[in-house]
Design a protein around this ligand. Structure first.
Ligand code: ADP
Ligand code: AMP
Length: 209
């Protein structure tokens, strides 16, 4: 199964990707996570990517396309994968289609949420230092003693630019995948358990609740 999670920043893509990974045991591939790992390790790629990420801009297409092409060739992707945060432009989507042919993407789950919800979520998002698990200080607080960090780009000004970039550059992907008949929208503003079961239903799997 090749699954794309599409949607604005903060809609819950990473949260749902973790959940699908636990349920279906296919790897979650997040270009954002891969880029942040490079930033943390101060690689050439990380140093270059940081200048875009800090402003809430997209990292150039050729860079992220290269990352994904390498990643999906690994053995753990033989049974499929969940793409979280890729593609984000029409050019990335077309490059992905070319890279996987004659195979095709099976499902695009469009997790949607409005600006108010997004700002509330991202301003209190925290992640585990140990394994990256996503938390929210109010909606899904980390267990006591768990060390967490806040992402550099989860500041109100950067969030607003990320949203603008999403609408302008990623928005056109909604029709791109609608036209292929593989996109289904989910209301990401609902309770996380409800979103979990809606996503599983879309993927043709039994909901857990
Ligand atoms: P994305 O990957 O789309 O940027 P995340 O999965 O990181 O979004 O979620 C953003 C924030 O919102 C996190 O703090 C997460 O814990 C929280 N969150 C995700 N889904 C829900 C939900 N359905 N209800 C409430 N909070 C949620
Ligand atoms: P995310 O973790 O998905 O919220 O991504 C964080 C940041 O990483 C984005 O704001 C971009 O700067 C960069 N990024 C992640 N994925 C992509 C992508 N597919 N194309 C371009 N930039 C990306």
């Amino acid at each position: 199964m090749k699954i794309i999670l599409l949607g604005p920043p903060g809609a819950g893509k990473g949260t749902q990707a973790e959940f699908i990974y636990r349920h279906l045991n296919i790897p979650q591939i997040s270009t954002g996570d891969i880029l942040r790992e490079n930033v943390k390790n101060n690689t050439d790629l990380g140093i270059m990517a940081k200048s875009y990420m800090d402003k809430g801009e997209l990292v150039p297409d050729d860079v992220v396309i290269g990352i994904i092409k390498t990643r999906i060739k690994k053995d753990d992707c033989n049974g499929g994968y969940i793409l979280d945060g890729f593609p984000r432009t029409i050019e990335q989507a077309k490059a992905l289609d070319r890279a996987i042919q004659p195979d095709k993407i099976d499902n695009v789950v469009f997790i949607n949420a409005n600006e108010e919800t997004i700002i509330k979520r991202l301003s209190l998002r925290r992640q585990s230092k140990k394994d990256g698990t996503i938390y929210h200080l109010k909606f899904n607080p980390p267990p006591e003693g768990e060390e967490v960090f806040q992402r550099d780009d989860d500041k109100e000004d950067t969030i607003k630019n990320r949203l603008k970039v999403y609408i302008q550059q990623t928005g056109p992907l909604i029709n791109y995948y609608k036209d292929k008949g593989i996109l289904v929208e989910v209301d990401g503003s609902k309770d996380v358990n409800l979103v979990n079961s809606l996503v599983l239903k879309i993927l043709g799997k039994e909901p857990v609740i």
